[in-house]
Design a protein around this ligand. Structure first.
Ligand code: PLP
Length: 382
C-alpha cells in the first residue's frame, strides 16, 4: 500500500513507537501517591512542556484532551455557558471541520446561541472584513481554523485575532490548528488566539489523544467534570502512554521545524506531483489557494468525474487517497467545503508526509493517469 492520506491520520513515527514500547509497562495511575505514579506524572509534565514549546506557549496553558473534536467542543461549551449574555453569538467560517460546525449547531439548539457562518470565495479564502461586520454586542467567540483539512488553505488567524480583539477584547478567538501542527510554524503569541486545538494522530502520535491551548486556563470552564486531573479542567484518568508519545511527536516536529528541511521536501514533492498531473491529464484543476497552503495537501478535481470513484479505483491499485475529508468519505455529495467554494464536484485529496518518497509520488502520478483514462473510457468521455 502507498499511503497518501496524511491529513486523515499519520503513521506513528519511529520515535513515537519507541516511546510507546518503552512505556507499555508503565501502567501506574499518575494520580496515585506512590513513586511509580509520580514518575508517570512527571513524564506527563515533560510532554506538556514539549507541546508547549512547539507552539510557543507555557506548559500550564496546555490541557490534554481525547482529540481535536473534544477540544473544539470544549471551546464552544466554555464560551457559550460561561457567558452572561442571554443570546450568545458565535462566528465561524463555512469551511470549519464538523467538530466546530456541528457542535455550534448543537448549542444553537440547546441554548439560544446565534451563529454567523462566514463565506469563502472560490479559492476557499475568507474576507476578514466579513468577520468584523458580523461582530455584534453579543459575540462571544470567533473560530477560524489555521489550515483546512480538504484544500490545505492557511487562514490569516493572526490578523483576524488582532482585528477582533481591537473591536472587543472580551471576544474569544479560537483556531483549530489540527492540520497545521507539524506542517508549519505555529506560535500562539503571533496568532494572538485565546484557544488553539491540536490532535496527536495528525502529527505522528497515536489516536485518542489531543489537547487545547488556553491563554487564561484559570478562567476555563471544564467540558468534562469528575476527578482532579488536568488541574480540574478536564477530568478523567490521563491517557498516559499516548500523552507521552505525543510529547515525543512534538519534540520531533520542533526539531524538523528547526532543521527547516522536511517542509521543503514535502512541498516540492507535492508541487511536482501537481505539475505532472496538470500536464498529463486534461480537464483537471487544483482547488484551494495555490499560493497559501500547507506544504503537504493537494486537492484536485477532474471534469465530469467523481472523486470517490477515482479513490476506489486507486485503492484497487494499492493507493490510499481520499475524496476530501475522511469524515465525508461515505457521503456521495460534495463536502461542505466544496459547496462553500461554489464547487459542485467531488475532488480527490492527496496529503503526504515525512515518510512519503519521490518514488511513491511518481507511481501515484502514473497510476492516476491510467485510472482517469480508464474512467473516461468507461463513461464514453474519450
Ligand atoms: N479539525 C480538523 C481541521 C480536522 O482535520 C480533524 C480531523 O480530521 C478534526 C478537527 C478532528 O480531529 P480528531 O480526529 O482528533 O477528533
Amino acid at each position: 500500500m502507498i499511503y497518501l492520506d496524511y491529513n486523515a491520520t499519520t503513521p506513528l513515527s519511529d520515535g513515537v513507537k519507541k516511546s510507546i514500547i518503552e512505556n507499555l509497562d508503565n501502567f501506574y495511575n499518575p494520580s496515585s501517591i506512590y513513586s511509580e505514579s509520580k514518575k508517570m506524572l512527571q513524564k506527563i509534565q515533560e510532554a506538556r512542556k514539549d507541546i508547549a514549546e512547539l507552539i510557543r506557549a507555557f506548559p500550564e496553558q496546555i490541557i490534554f484532551t481525547g482529540c481535536s473534536t473534544e477540544s473544539n467542543n470544549s471551546v464552544i461549551n466554555h464560551c457559550v455557558l460561561n457567558s452572561k449574555i442571554d443570546t450568545p453569538h458565535i462566528i465561524v467560517s463555512s469551511v470549519e471541520h464538523p467538530a466546530i460546525l456541528t457542535a455550534a449547531e448543537y448549542y444553537n439548539k440547546i441554548r439560544d446561541v446565534k451563529m454567523t457562518v462566514i463565506p469563502v470565495d472560490a479559492k476557499g479564502n475568507i474576507d476578514i472584513d466579513d468577520i468584523c461586520f458580523a461582530i455584534t454586542e453579543d459575540t462571544v467567540l470567533v473560530s477560524v481554523m489555521l489550515a483546512n483539512n480538504e484544500i490545505g488553505n492557511i487562514y490569516p488567524v493572526a490578523s483576524i485575532a488582532k482585528k477582533v480583539h481591537s473591536v472587543n477584547n472580551n471576544i474569544m478567538v479560537h483556531t483549530d490548528a489540527t492540520q497545521a501542527i507539524g506542517k508549519m510554524r505555529v506560535d500562539v503569541n503571533e496568532l494572538e488566539v485565546d484557544f488553539l486545538t491540536f490532535s496527536g494522530h495528525k502529527f505522528y502520535a497515536p489516536k485518542g489523544v489531543g489537547g487545547l491551548y488556553v491563554r487564561n486556563p484559570e478562567d476555563f470552564m471544564p467540558f468534562i467534570y469528575g476527578g482532579h486531573q488536568e488541574k480540574e479542567k478536564r477530568a478523567g484518568t490521563e491517557n498516559t502512554i499516548s500523552i507521552i508519545a505525543m510529547g515525543q511527536a512534538a519534540r520531533e516536529a520542533a526539531y524538523e521545524e528547526r532543521e527547516d528541511k522536511i517542509f521543503h521536501q514535502i512541498k516540492s514533492m507535492r508541487d511536482r506531483a501537481e505539475d505532472v498531473i496538470l500536464k498529463r491529464i486534461p480537464g483537471c484543476h487544483v482547488l484551494g489557494d495555490k499560493n497559501n497552503r500547507i506544504c503537504n495537501t493537494s486537492c484536485i478535481c477532474f471534469d465530469g468525474l467523481n472523486g470517490i470513484e477515482i479513490c476506489m479505483l486507486m485503492n484497487n491499485l494499492d493507493f490510499c487517497i481520499s475524496s476530501g475529508s475522511a469524515c465525508n468519505s461515505i457521503t456521495l455529495s460534495p463536502s461542505h467545503v466544496m459547496k462553500a467554494m461554489g464547487i459542485n464536484a467531488i475532488p480527490i485529496r492527496m496529503s503526504i508526509g515525512k515518510y512519503t518518497t519521490q518514488e511513491e509520488i511518481d507511481k501515484f502520478c502514473k497510476a492516476l493517469q491510467i485510472t482517469i483514462n480508464k474512467l473516461k473510457k468507461m463513461k464514453g468521455m474519450i
